[in-house]
Structure formats: C-alpha cells, structure tokens
Ligand binder design. Structure first.
Ligand code: 26Q
Length: 832
C-alpha cells in the first residue's frame, strides 16, 4: 500500500528538523554569511570584482533568509487547506532577482554596507546577475509582475512554467542587421532555484489509446506504449514586499527516465542509450520566440503538453495528500489560470487524469474541469490564434486527441440543440477547423473548457466579445470579463528609479509601494516650483545614467538636453516602429532644409527584438539602423536630432530606460495591441504618452486627462470604415511632408551601397491592403509630435505633465489587477 504523500513529497512519517533561531538581518550577519559562502561553498580565496562570485555569495546569503519565510508560508498553506490558484504559463520573464529580494526583505542597506566593508559595491553585484529571460515580452513579464503582486497581497498563487536551458535569444546588431545569439543564462549557475527531485513527474508521449472494461464493468481507456519523459521541478522563491510571505514559481526541466536507459542498454547499445537521452531533454532546451503567425513546430507542442501534464499531476498529488482519491470537490480548492492558449492542453489533460487515472465518469470530470479552468486572452490578431494540426496530435498525444474529439462532439450537440439547423454556426464554432489539413483551435478549447474568459484591457475585452469570440460571447455572456493589465511598482518604480522613489516618499510617505493610488497625492504638487525642480533634477540624473548605458552598448554619445523619445517593445508591423521612423526622417528632412532651430532637440531611441523568422520585422530593424547611421554622422543634425537603436532590449535594459524617458511611444494601429504594459512603466516614471486609442492607452488617457496625453490616429471604427477605400499613394501625394519623406527613403540616401533594402517595408506601406494602415496615421502622428515638442520646450508645463502622469498611474499596478482577478475569478482568502 502506498503511504499518503504530502505536498512536500515527504511521507507521514517525516521528521521535522529542529527550528534554528531566525537569521539576523544586519550587515554583520550578512557579511559573515557572505564570507562563508564565498570561501567555503564557492571555494574562492581572493576577491576579483569582475567575477560572478561576489554576486553568488550574496545571493546565497539572501536566499537563506528567504528560505525561512518560504517554509513558513508553505506550512501555513498546508495547515489551512485554503483554496489556491496555479498560474500556468509557458513564459515567466523574471529578469534579475537579487535587488528585488533585498528590497522585499528590507535589507538593501545592510547588504550595501556589508559589501562596502570589503571595498565592494552592491551595484557591481547587481550587474553580475544574468536576466532570467524566460519569456518573449509583455505576456511573460505580466506573469512575473502577477507573481510579485500576489505574494505582496498574501494570495496563495503558485506559478508553473518551464525551466528553459536557453532563454530569449540575445540580439547583436551587425551592419544594421539583427543577429541572434543563444542565451545560456544558467551557465554560471542560478542561485535562486531549489531542485526538488523527489517531486518529479512522468509525462507520456506517443503510443496509442486502448479501450478496455474495468472490474466493475465500466468502459475505460488507457494510453499505452508511450515514450515517457521525466519532469523535474525547480522551485524559485517569490517574496512579497516586506510581509514575510514567500510564494513559489515551479519550473519543470525535462530529463530521461530510467527505463529509457535500460531498454537500450539491454540491446547492448550503451553509448547510443546515453546519447538518446538528448531527445527527452531537448523538450526544455529553448524558449520559442513568437513569430508573426503561430503553429507548426512539434517541439513547441511537446513543451506545452509537458508543462501542463507535469503541473496538473503535481496539483492532483497535492489534492490527494489532503483529500484522498475523491476529486469531486477539486474546483472548490483549485483554480488554474491559463496565460493565453499556450497551456490550453490543461483542459483535455485534466479530463484524462480524472477519467483514466481517477476513474470518474465523463459528466462529473467535465463539470470539475470547467469549474477549475480560467482563460486569459492576449491578442486580437486572428493570425496569432494558436492552432495545431490534428495529425500532429494523433502522433504525439493520441489519448488527448480522443478527449478533444469527445469534448467537441458534445459541444456541437449543445449548439445544435440551441440553434437547430444553423450549420454555418457549427462550422464556425467547431473545435476542429474544416481546413484541408484540419486543425485543433486552441482558443476555442480554452473557452469551452473554462468558467471565465478575460481580455487584458477594457477595449480589448470589448472587441473580443464583438469580434473574434462573438459566437461564444453570445452563447455564454456570463463567462466574459475584462481584467486590465498592470505592472508592479516595486520593480518598475521603487527598484528601477531609486531617486524618484526617494523624492516621492519624501513628499507623501512610502505607502505607495503597496498602495499605488497614494501617488494621487502628487497631483496637487504638479505646479509647485520647488517640487518641479527636484522632479527635473531626478529625471536629469536618470537621463545621464541612460546615456552612459547607451554609450557602453553603442559607442554613441546621447545628448541629455534633448527630449528622450522612446519606443521599446518587440518589433512587429502592428506596433508600427516604421511610423516612428517616418517621423524621424521627416525631422531630418526639415533640419536639412534649415529648420533646425525651430525644432525641439530630440533623441529618438528604439529597441526591441524581431522573431528570427519574421523577415519584415528584421527589415524594419535594418532600416532604422541605416537611417540612424546617416543622421548621427551628419554634422547638421548635431544638437538637433539623434536616432539610436538600442541592441538586446530586455528587462534589465527597461529598468534603465523607463526612468529616463520623456516621451513614451504607444503608436499601434487601433484595435491591434491587446493592452501594452510598457506604456504603464513609462507613465509611472513620469513619461508622457504619445499614442493611439488602442489597448490600455485608452484607460491611461482617461486616468491622466486628455491634456496630459498626446493623442493621434484613427480609432477602431474609423479604421474599419476607411479600409475598403484606403489609398496610401493618394495620402502621400496630398501631403508634401510625407511625399518628401517617401522620396528620401526611395532615393538611396540612406542605403547608398545597399540598393533595394527598403523595398519590402516601403511596398508594405504603399499597399492599399496594408493591414496596419501606417500611411493613414502619418499626418496625425507628425502633428501630435509637434504638440509634444512645443510642450517640452516649456519646461514648467512639461514637468507638470510628467508629475501628473506619475500621479495618475495608480490604477496600473498589478496589485489592482490581482485584486480584480481575485474578486471576480479566484475568490482566494489571503494568508493571515
Ligand atoms: C505561440 C506559439 C508558438 C510559439 C510562440 C508563441 C507565442 C509566444 C509568446 C505567442 C505569443 C506570445 C506573446 C504574446 C504577448 O506578449 N502578448 C502581449 O501580452 C501583453 C500582456 O497581456 C499585452 O500587453 C500585449 O498587448 C500583448 O501583445
């Protein structure tokens, strides 16, 4: 008989280790531990500042202090048997963890002092940490901000993800082109993780499904002849802000099973057997960069199922430990939040576990499953909706495909009952597309299998219900809801902008760190001379700090007197980095014509990665770099205009960039950006937005007031109305400035020895079917930029706008977002 297992994997006959007294938090104690780890654990004698050991020894010392609180949090949860949320995501873009841990424990000063006594600086230690870049962009960083806010709000939320050996690729620029390089982020070790080999799970692939009749005479299914892979969890502590709570991020790593070796070994192929382990371990080798369109790669589907199966088995073990083998009440104690459709296989996988391993009947299992799952959508682009070929499912996940078919059959009959004879509706809503090569539609699977479906900004949620998911919203209006995104102010203001954080705290106290609405108290100070001066002083320092960073990455001297006009995000046509470039060329054109003195000096900074297979995005990067080279080399531009492409944009870069930005570029085609979150980071730090009515920009503008936001561009409705008779050539011909810009770009002025390299991007803009309608917004954008320039040249006016933006950013904290999720979807009780 099996002993009851516990959540921590220890049997009922476990021995609690004696509690040692809590570790001291002062500089002496930290210094002592630092010395211990440096000399005895890492085995180093001499301190060399350029090596990682200072960072590592400090991280270990800090981790010990997290560990005590982590154990307590886990014990509290086990004792209370409270309901919990598991946040399933293929991406967690955590960035660096050391500073966040120190601030959460309130020991940054002690740590700085400890290192100072050795003649070392804490900043140098921070800089040695590699970013944990296990995400592409917004969706992955959102997951990381959510975890921070949940721990701070004392909510029992566990993140489940994949421990990719290689994270988001590093970007190098060579002759203006993006070159991808691997990101071996674990190579120097990752001191924050704890391997939990005792909690490993087995995940099946391949084989086939078999039906049989069990001893009670019930028809059953089993999945046989599978190739199994071991999922080994690595736990990362997620500290709440100065509240002694430490939640968990559990990342799975793939490893070959023992039989894997044995089978081959018996065949006498020892070395082949060892080599074959690679196949299993490849599953978690690399993060997939998101392409313009999705679908296709077998390894990506393996990753998704691997995450989902390991995580759900882990959750069910936790349930068994408390409640035994009866899963009827599971949904009362567990909610699984799906971060987009990437973990949508959780729906059929939970069904499989309940049907095949817990012997539930279909109706009961289905009721538990759809009361457990909740789905968040992050895109409005139809081409970005995930689909997978049925044929691939058949080969890789035959039992899962059977379950998907059964879900679909029952769903289809539900529709026919409600809309008899409406075959067109059946075809539209089916889980399986009627393409020549049939596909499984992952978004529909997620909607059907969940009790809640949410978008990530008010406009986005509304458009989802009117557009992409209209049929489903008509069928189940009560499922659909909005949860506007946010960002955590602990990282995106307190940690990354210490000077502004200090100034704010000096004025209004430090309650804003856990209650961002407190920033409203800054609004009455917006026009105050003293405060304005201090505000400008801080921002000027931050601009110098960024200039140093840019110098080190690009060799270019940024002029801190200029307005810093910043667009950093993934490179994508809908985000319209090319529109930004058109404006830069327009300014260049004017300065060339001698209007330099009438133009507010401007440094335009653009950064972001293109998916390796996204040719147009890569062409846009090349175009930006070519224009930049000409502008920055032109003496006539000196003091007037700079254009800089910041290579290898990532979380740590944003931590330097957002505190220094004056103007935040949020210029996507209306209706295309689900929310945006960079927009919120900039706003919080006092940048003013120039933007379209898209995603969360709408709510940002509402919060800060129209006078403190540079609005331009067609609205969603106007875009829809103008599409049928859109004529970019005519728009250009009717606008001398625009015509002149296009002429310059066509002339070869920016690509003298590289003929044709702009053709792709220019033709896309000139095409009447351009989905992003870039030309339609050129005039509006240029005029809004002029308004921004005018405002900036009045420094009192600008400073007031800047303060008001920060003051109005309270809503855009993930603390508010998580509170909304909890009130409407999760219904968790906070730890006491
Ligand atoms: C899918 C299949 C195969 C390979 C990769 C992918 C994949 C990976 C990542 C598809 C999409 C993503 C990431 C999407 C993303 O970051 N979306 C952004 O989410 C933010 C948080 O909600 C929003 O603010 C942004 O508007 C949205 O673009």
């Amino acid at each position: 008989m099996n002993k009851p297992e516990s959540a921590s994997g220890v049997g009922a006959d476990h021995i609690e280790l004696l509690q040692t007294p809590p570790l001291e938090m002062d500089a002496d104690a930290l210094l002592q531990d630092f010395t211990h780890y440096f000399g005895r654990t890492l085995g180093r004698r001499t301190i060399r500042k350029n090596l990682p050991f200072i960072y590592q020894a400090l991280a270990f010392s800090v981790r010990d202090r997290l560990m005590e609180r982590w154990n307590k949090t886990n014990m509290a949860r086990e004792r209370s048997d409270s309901r919990r949320v598991c946040y399933l995501s293929l991406e967690f873009l955590m960035g660096r963890l050391l500073r966040n841990a120190l601030l959460s424990l309130d020991i940054e000063d002690s740590a700085a002092e400890a290192l100072n006594r050795l003649g070392l600086s804490l900043e140098d230690a921070y800089d040695r940490e590699h970013d944990a870049g296990l995400g592409n962009g917004g969706l992955g960083r959102l997951a990381a901000c959510f975890l921070d806010s949940c721990a701070t709000l004392r909510l029992p939320v566990t993140g489940y993800g994949i421990r990719y050996r290689y994270g988001m690729f590093h970007q190098r620029i060579e002759n203006g082109y993006q070159i991808e390089e691997p990101d071996p982020w674990l190579r120097e070790g990752f001191p924050w993780e704890i391997e939990r080999i005792e909690l490993a799970q087995r995940v099946h692939f391949g084989g086939h499904s078999e039906s049989y009749v069990d001893l009670d005479g019930h028809p059953r299914h089993r999945w046989v002849n599978t190739h199994d892979v071991l999922a080994v969890p690595y736990d990362i502590p997620i500290p709440g802000y100065q509240n002694d709570i430490v939640n968990t991020l559990r990342l799975w790593s793939a490893s070959a099973t023992d039989e894997f070796d044995l089978e081959e070994f018996n065949a006498g192929e020892y070395t082949d057997a060892v080599a074959a382990k690679n196949a299993a371990e490849n599953i978690t080798m690399v993060l997939y960069p998101n392409a313009a369109t999705v679908g296709g790669q077998e390894l990506r589907l393996r990753q998704q199922y691997f995450l989902v199966s390991a995580s759900l088995q882990d959750m069910l073990r936790d349930w068994r430990f408390r409640h035994g083998e009866n899963y009827e009440g599971l949904a009362d104690k567990l909610c699984v939040q799906l971060n987009d459709t990437h973990p949508a296989l959780a729906v059929p996988e939970l069904m499989r576990l309940l049907l095949d391993t817990a012997n539930m009947d279909w109706d009961e299992a289905w009721s538990v499953t759809r009361q457990t799952m909740a789905y968040t959508n992050h895109t409005l682009l139809p081409e970005a909706l995930e689909v997978w070929p049925v044929s691939l499912f058949e080969k890789l996940l035959p039992r899962i495909l059977e379950i998907v078919y059964e879900i679909n059959a029952r769903f289809i009959s539900e529709i026919s009952d409600r809309w008899p004879g409406d075959n067109e509706r059946l075809r539209r809503m089916s889980l399986i597309s009627s393409d020549a090569e049939p596909n499984v539609r992952m978004a529909y699977l997620s909607i059907i299998g969940s009790f809640s479906v949410n978008g990530v900004a008010a406009l986005h949620s509304q458009l989802l219900q009117q557009g992409l998911f209209r049929d489903f919203a008509e069928m189940w209006p009560e499922k659909f809801n909005n949860k506007t995104n946010g960002v955590t102010q602990r990282r995106w203001l307190r940690a990354c902008n210490p000077a502004l954080a200090r100034l704010i705290t000096h004025k209004i106290g430090d309650a804003w760190i856990t209650d961002l609405n407190q920033l409203e108290q800054l609004a009455p100070l917006a026009e105050q001379q003293d405060f304005q001066q201090q505000w400008r002083g801080v921002r000027a320092e931050n601009k110098l700090r960024l200039a140093k960073f840019v110098k080190s990455r690009t060799g270019i001297d940024l002029d801190p007197a200029m307005i810093y006009d910043v667009q950093v995000k993934r490179i994508h046509e809908y985000k319209r980095q090319f529109l930004n470039l058109l404006h830069v060329v327009h300014l260049y054109d004017r300065i060339q014509r001698g209007e330099g003195d009438a133009i507010t000096p401007r440094a335009v900074l653009i950064g972001g990665k293109a998916a390796p297979g996204y040719v147009m995005a890569k062409d846009i990067i090349k175009a930006i770099n070519n224009v930049a080279r000409v502008i920055n080399a032109d003496k006539r531009m000196k003091g007037h205009l700079q254009l800089i492409f910041i290579p290898d944009y990532n979380v740590s870069a944003m931590e330097l960039i957002c505190p220094a930005a004056d103007l935040s570029e949020q210029i996507s085609t209306a209706g295309k950006e689900a929310s945006g979150t960079g927009n919120m980071k900039f706003m919080m730090n006092g940048a003013v937005t120039i933007g379209t009515l898209d995603g969360a920009n709408v709510e940002i503008r509402e919060a800060v007031g129209e006078d403190n936001f540079f609005l331009f561009g067609l609205t969603v409705d106007q875009i829809a109305m103008q599409r049928s008779h859109y004529d970019p050539q005519q728009i250009i011909a009717a606008d001398d400035d625009f015509a002149s810009v296009v002429k310059l770009l066509k002339s070869g002025h920016f690509n003298r020895f590289e003929p044709g390299i702009f053709d792709n991007v220019l033709l896309a803009m000139l095409n009447p079917h351009d989905p992003w309608m870039t030309a339609a917004d050129f005039r509006g954008f240029v005029d809004a930029q002029q308004r921004a320039s005018d405002a900036y040249s009045d420094s009192k006016r600008w400073t007031a706008m800047s303060i008001r933006n920060s003051a109005a950013s309270g809503r855009f904290s993930t603390d508010r977002t998580m509170q909304n999720y909890n009130d409407d979807i999760w219904h968790l009780q906070a730890f006491d």
